[in-house]
Design a binder for this molecule. Structure first.
Ligand SMILES: Cc1ncc(COP(=O)(O)O)c(C=O)c1O
Length: 371
């Protein structure tokens, strides 16, 4: 064996260990299945509405925003988004992952403290790790534990939450969290990835719904979920925008989005006010009413489009996901350690284009499944 083959053998061993624990991942095709898995909450991605005819634009940004990749279009889009979410300024990143890594890696530094919910997204964890700040975790949605951790924090204190949690689909008690942050002189940063489009009168998210713009320092909205596109934005003050474009390495050291993406982002934002939130929330109610009738199954307590059936074991969860997949439903297993041991689950995402009848059929198959 040469050294490359040796290294492959070493990696293969690590992959085999994953197979032993049931955490080995492989890629699937969703074609032809009923979508109970994507984050395309209103079907924007496949609607055919998000296309552009303007072919004069260059195919690429040709450089970082800091060098040749900036444009009137980019800045005009940011202003539009800032206005939509009632903030002073906005800065677009290439993905939500990069927005969180960039934001959290530079907001706090040595001697400061991040206090995040224990279920916070991996992108925020990675950003916080890069910052060299201290990190404390509070129990999921537990206000008393948040206060306890704030009492132990040093330096600048920054609290990170998701308004809707990506794996549990439950809502952070944001008005209460904002009040606690105020009391402890801590900044609050909110990731609205799964709330953007889904909540708020025009789909502007939960920070706007609760009128917390002045109590939340920065908000992350992603374009890859309800908006059906790709990319993300951090909204906040003009100073924050300037700081990020000077300090956030995931903004500075990467080629900017292709110019036509900004036109698509503008289009998607223009569709949000009329997105069928009513239908989506009706389906959520319907799904919850089905759950109420199925006492033999454990479900997560969620009133958002993100729902979950708790199976409680990596292998059984995978087996149920495969069974449902074979029956025509695209659902994904969420395994430990992504979720705590014992909370392994089938994650079900509801969309405004799903129907009660599809939910009925899926429930029938869930009940037919045996380990
Ligand atoms: C809460 C949350 N934040 C950030 C991200 C990352 O967003 P993106 O897919 O645009 O990188 C996701 C998506 O997985 C998410 O669920």
């Amino acid at each position: 064996m040469n050294s490359n083959q040796h290294f492959d053998a070493y990696l293969q061993q690590k992959l085999d260990e994953k197979k032993t624990y049931g955490t080995f991942r492989s890629l699937l095709f969703a074609d032809g299945k009923i979508d109970f898995s994507s984050n395309d909450y209103f079907g924007f991605a496949k609607s055919g509405l998000l296309t552009i005819d303007n072919t004069d634009l260059p195919s690429g940004a040709t450089g970082s925003r800091s060098i040749t990749g900036n444009s009137q279009l980019a800045e005009e889009t940011e202003q539009l988004i800032a206005g939509f979410h009632a903030r002073d300024a906005a800065l677009i990143f290439n993905t939500g992952y990069m927005a969180n890594v960039g934001l959290f890696s530079c907001l706090a530094g040595k001697g400061d403290t991040y206090i995040s919910d224990e279920y916070i997204h991996a992108s925020i964890i990675d950003g916080m790790r890069l910052s060299y700040a201290n990190r404390l975790r509070f129990k999921h949605n537990d206000l008393a534990d948040l206060e306890k951790k704030l009492n132990n924090a040093t330096g600048k204190k920054i609290v990170a939450v998701e308004s809707i949690y990506s794996m549990d689909g439950d809502e952070a008690p944001m008005p209460a969290i904002a009040a606690i942050c105020k009391k402890h002189d801590a900044l609050l940063v909110v990731d609205e990835a799964h709330a953007t489009g889904v909540y708020g009168e025009k789909g502007d998210g939960l920070v706007c719904k609760y009128n917390l713009q002045n109590d939340v320092y920065a908000v992350v909205h992603t374009f890859g979920k309800a908006l059906g596109l790709h990319g993300a934005v951090v909204t906040g003050s003009n100073v924050l925008r300037n700081f990020l474009l000077n300090q956030a390495r995931s903004f500075i050291y990467t080629t900017a989005l292709p110019p036509h993406n900004y036109l698509l982002i503008q289009k998607a934002y223009s569709l949000l006010p009329a997105a069928d939130r009513g239908k989506l929330h009706e389906l959520i109610q319907y799904f919850r009413s089905k759950i109420a009738a199925e006492t033999s199954i454990g479900f997560i307590e969620s009133y958002s489009p993100v729902q979950g059936i708790i199976v409680g074991d990596n292998f059984n969860t995978k087996a149920m996901a495969t069974y449902l997949f074979d029956k025509g439903f695209f659902v994904r297993p969420i395994l430990a350690p992504t979720v705590p041991v014992g909370k392994e689950r089938i994650r079900i995402c509801l969309h405004s284009f799903n129907s009660n009848e599809e939910i009925d059929r899926m429930f029938t198959e869930i009940m037919n499944f045996s380990y």
